[in-house]
Design a protein around this ligand. Structure first.
Ligand SMILES: [Fe+2]
Length: 289
């Protein structure tokens, strides 16, 4: 019997899910349904779920193995699991547009898949919204599964065996050239990722790229860049995007295997934004999928 009430929110992907109090113990049946909804819809929104970090971590563990924050790990070797998205710090203070951390986070305003620069990239991102700007601050999403489905068969066949190289230093140097410390850079060398992936539960195919994808293995940079840019442009046309306007108490999960997302930006001098993110690790390197 279905526990969840699921309403699609975009023609390509995404669902709004009600009928469950995520603060109560979540039944095994509900976890199975939530995982199936993620496989089918790629983006799921649970509105009006007042959360805190402890609840978020417990929920994250229901979905898989939490992923360590790459910045803390690379810079100081410490293991942390939460990322703060926004300009409000844990002590409640607010950073403005000119602060180094605010600028660094503008890297998220390029279309990307979280942690695609890691040997084992993130499968899921889980975000809880606490404070949101009055204007701006949306996150846009597009489906790379739908984009793959719109390619002609010849192009699908041509890209199927390709491998992209994802490179954190490459993508971050576009927004904050001096923000990647030598130890962080050394901890995140370029990694190969399959350009075309399949969902192991459903078999649905998608391509996999974003701002961290630098080149195609074995190709010259110019044709590789042209192919990656063309595939990304096709996926990210405005008519294919869903912009999520965050509300406090939104709990959102998205599937990094097959979605790209980007921040739409906001004025950090005039607004407060506080969201907490955890991630679930992928099952292994994409090359082994
Ligand atoms: Fe992100």
């Amino acid at each position: 019997m279905a526990v969840l009430n699921i309403e699609p929110i975009h023609q390509d992907f995404g669902a709004r899910i009600t009928g469950i109090d995520m603060r109560a113990p979540i039944s095994g049946e509900a976890v199975v349904e939530i995982k199936a909804a993620i496989d089918d819809y790629s983006f799921v929104l649970f509105p009006n779920q007042p959360f805190d970090d402890d609840r978020q971590m417990a929920f994250t563990k229901l979905l898989g193995e939490p992923e360590e924050s790459h910045v803390a790990l690379g810079e100081t070797g410490t293991v942390t699991y939460f990322g703060t998205i926004g300009n409000v710090q844990q002590d409640g203070s607010k950073l403005g547009n000119d602060h180094r951390k605010t600028k660094f986070l503008t890297g998220n305003n390029m279309w990307h898949s979280d942690s695609s620069f890691r040997a084992v990239p993130a499968r899921l991102s889980i975000m809880c919204a606490y404070e949101v700007p009055e204007t701006g601050g949306a996150t846009e999403f597009v489906s790379l599964r739908a984009a793959h489905g719109r390619l002609d068969e010849e192009t699908q066949d041509r890209i199927d065996p390709l491998v992209a190289i994802h490179d954190y230093v490459f993508s971050r140097s576009k927004v904050a050239p001096d923000a990647v410390s030598p130890s962080l850079a050394a901890s995140l060398p370029p990694v190969p990722q399959k350009l075309v992936r399949s969902n192991p539960a459903t078999g649905a195919k998608n391509y996999y790229l974003g701002s961290h994808a630098r080149t195609i293995q074995g190709w010259d940079d110019a044709p590789a860049r042209a192919l990656l840019d063309d595939l990304q442009d096709r996926a990210t046309q405005p008519e294919h995007a869903y912009a999520h306007a965050w509300q406090p108490e939104d709990l959102v999960i998205w599937d990094n295997r097959c979605l790209l997302h980007r921040g739409a930006g906001y004025d950090a001098d005039r607004n407060r934004r506080y969201m907490r993110q955890t991630r679930v690790k992928g099952d292994g390197p994409t090359m082994g999928e």
